[in-house]
Design a protein around this ligand. Structure first.
Ligand code: KIV
Ligand code: ZN
Length: 391
């Protein structure tokens, strides 16, 4: 793998599916897994096989149909979880077991009623046991975001000694600030013995709206895998949004980091996930929201019509959106009205625009948005309709 390549680990079907009330059936998961494989994700986390027979079946079926991506199953540091995950993954061309344990004092004391030493021992054994089934084993240190760095480095070292190929550093509660998360990755890069034999992975949650920023800070500081979900879905405030991190790396080539994602497929897969789960994406969602490439104020519309890049840093076609949208509202100017009228066949001169524009504003004041039918009506009922050239 080249040093500029950031692996995209998609967990829409595992962490993403933890959104309350959005459970998918196996058939829906298979459709999404196929689309993820075609999108070019490097790893599909297909589920948590021991958690239910349905999850087991989904991981098993996804393993059978996935052509390119690694298929991954989640486990706790429990032998039976690992054995069951290995069974579910047995048809995968490239199987990965994702095992781990909580490492923050809060998890060690309250959740496990254990000690730091005993947790290291469990981490080591879980990775070693996983290695008896598959070569590719990812270890997660749950709540790494709130784990003291010196201890985290010891846990990582034990996981590497046991054979971990990837070390996942989750900010499980979305607590870290970007510079703190970046420093954590840097610290591990510099202080864990054997770190060059493993890939560091960012797994960030969005409780403070920082999941994307933290993941980017992670890869700038040496991580080479990002765990994310389509549309940023997931428990509570969700996970890092795949489309955001991918487009950030693409739009900032000087970072010299890229992914294998076919970005033209981003909009379609966003719609697929949103429809399958019945969660509608907020209109102002970066990259895939309905308004991500829509312009409604007169000044912006005039700028975009003259040159798209005046108000857009991404070509909508690069993410599979057909074109920028010029939305007609009472805030729109003559340039936008002329542009939209031209799209439906009317070539308006400056004088004709001056005549029609006040009628348009009256119409727009009564409606939130003026559509193509409304434009026809405005023009057809105008005094100068017979003079207007159509094409
Ligand atoms: O957020 C988290 O810590 C996780 C792990 C189970 C990987 O999802
Ligand atoms: Zn998570």
């Amino acid at each position: 793998m080249s040093d500029s390549k950031v692996q995209i680990f998609d967990t829409t079907l595992r962490d993403g599916e933890q959104v309350p009330g959005c459970k998918l059936n196996t058939k829906q998961k298979l459709v999404i897994a196929k689309a993820l494989d075609q999108l070019g994700v490097d790893i599909i986390e297909a589920g948590f096989p021991v958690s239910s027979p349905g999850d087991f079946r989904s991981v098993e079926e996804i393993s059978k149909i996935t052509k390119n991506a690694i298929v991954c199953g989640l486990t706790r540091s429990i032998e039976n979880d690992i054995k069951v995950a290995a069974q579910a993954l047995k048809h995968a061309k490239k199987p990965r077991i994702h095992t781990g344990i909580g490492t923050s004092d809060s998890h060690i004391i309250h959740k496990f009623k254990s000690s730091r030493e005993a947790i290291i021992e469990r981490a080591f054994k879980a990775v070693r046991y996983s290695k008896s089934f598959v070569e590719d084993v990812e270890f997660y240190a749950e709540d790494a975001g709130r784990t003291d760095n010196t201890y985290l480095a010891q846990v990582c070292e034990a996981a590497i000694k046991a054979g971990a190929t990837v070390l996942n550093i989750p900010d499980t509660t979305g607590y870290c600030l970007p510079h703190e998360y970046g420093e954590k990755i840097k610290y591990l890069k510099e202080n864990v013995k054997g770190i060059d034999t493993a890939i560091l992975s960012c797994h960030c949650h969005n409780d403070l709206g920082l999941a994307t920023a933290n993941s980017i800070e992670g890869v700038i500081n040496g991580a080479r895998q990002i765990e994310c979900t389509i549309n940023g879905i997931g428990e509570r405030a969700g996970n890092t949004a795949l489309e955001e991190v991918v487009m950030i790396l693409k739009q900032h080539p000087y970072l010299k980091l890229d992914t294998n994602i076919k970005t033209k497929k981003l909009y379609a897969i966003s719609q697929l996930v949103s429809d399958s789960m019945g969660i509608y994406t907020q209109p102002n969602k970066a990259i895939v929201g309905a308004n991500a490439f829509a312009h409604s104020s007169g000044i912006h519309q005039d700028g975009v019509i003259k040159n798209r890049e005046t108000y857009e840093i991404i070509d909508p076609k690069a993410v599979g959106v057909t074109a920028s949208a010029i939305v007609l509202t009472a805030r729109s100017g003559r340039a936008a009205l002329a542009y939209r009228a031209k799209n439906i066949g009317y070539i308006l001169t400056k004088l004709q625009l001056d005549e029609i524009y006040p009628n348009f504003l009256t119409f727009a004041d009564q409606k939130k948005e003026v559509n193509d039918n409304d434009i026809h009506q405005i023009i057809e009922t105008s005094r100068i309709y017979n003079e207007i050239i159509t094409n």
